[in-house]
Write a protein that binds this ligand. Structure first.
Ligand code: E4P
Length: 217
């Protein structure tokens, strides 16, 4: 499973990228606003840091305007994936932008039917949102499993990019289901390293090392 980082914070992307943990980056208007940076500038900087796809989201709602914004975003760098919302206009924009050779990430997906439409429109990535379904007491992971089944039934090549990930558990469950990509905030990716038995075991090893005066350098 590929890891995308869900942030527009340059330092956080750098830290994970230096460790080889970053296969791509996703942003959205809320994350850009949180960074306090200009969308074109910060997106360009991210594209220069990271080799993989960098999703940059349009803010228009009508197809022609989305296409114009998508073309402008795509000019930032070769690794831009234009992000469009899963609306009828977004699907039209996806169709045109992919035909022009751009990567397109169709976002705000909450049902297998929406995912099916995005695949038919030629989407490179479909972004089903797990956490926002969980917030409504629905099961976001069920959506990932359903889309995996639908895409596998027909051999759709659109990659499932699990989004709105809130916990390390979401990451392992997505990997078990077979999501192609999971995008998560930096703190969630780091939390994947945590286990209480690792902490407990390490404390015991270090105590024994101190008692036995073990020194390596
Ligand atoms: C990424 O592509 C999505 O925009 C993001 O994962 C949404 O996450 P949120 O539901 O935590 O805002």
């Amino acid at each position: 499973m590929k890891f995308f980082v869900d942030t527009a914070e340059i330092d956080a992307i750098k830290e994970l990228n230096d460790l080889g943990m970053v296969d791509g980056v996703t942003t959205n208007p809320s994350l850009i606003a949180k960074s306090g940076r200009d969308i074109l500038e910060v997106t360009k900087e991210i594209c220069e840091l990271v080799e993989g796809p960098v999703s940059a989201e349009v803010v228009a709602t009508e197809a022609d305007a989305m296409i114009a914004e998508g073309r402008k975003l795509a000019k930032i760098a070769e690794n831009i994936a234009v992000k469009v919302p899963l609306t009828w206009d977004g699907l039209k924009a996806c169709n045109v932008l992919t035909d022009e050779g751009n990567m397109v990430n169709v976002t705000l997906c909450f049902s297998p039917n929406q995912a099916l439409l995005a695949a038919k429109a030629g989407a490179t990535f479909i972004s089903p949102f797990i956490g926002r379904l969980d917030d409504l007491n629905l099961d976001g992971l069920d959506l990932i499993a359903d889309i995996r089944q639908v895409y596998d039934n027909y051999g759709f090549e659109t990659e499932i990019l699990a989004a709105s990930i809130r916990s390390a558990n979401h990451m392992s469950e997505c990997a078990k289901i077979g999501a192609d990509v999971a995008t998560a905030p930096p703190n969630v990716i780091k939390a994947m390293a945590n286990h209480v038995l690792t902490d407990k075991g390490l404390a015991a090893f270090l105590a024994d090392a101190e008692k036995a005066n073990i020194k390596i350098v």
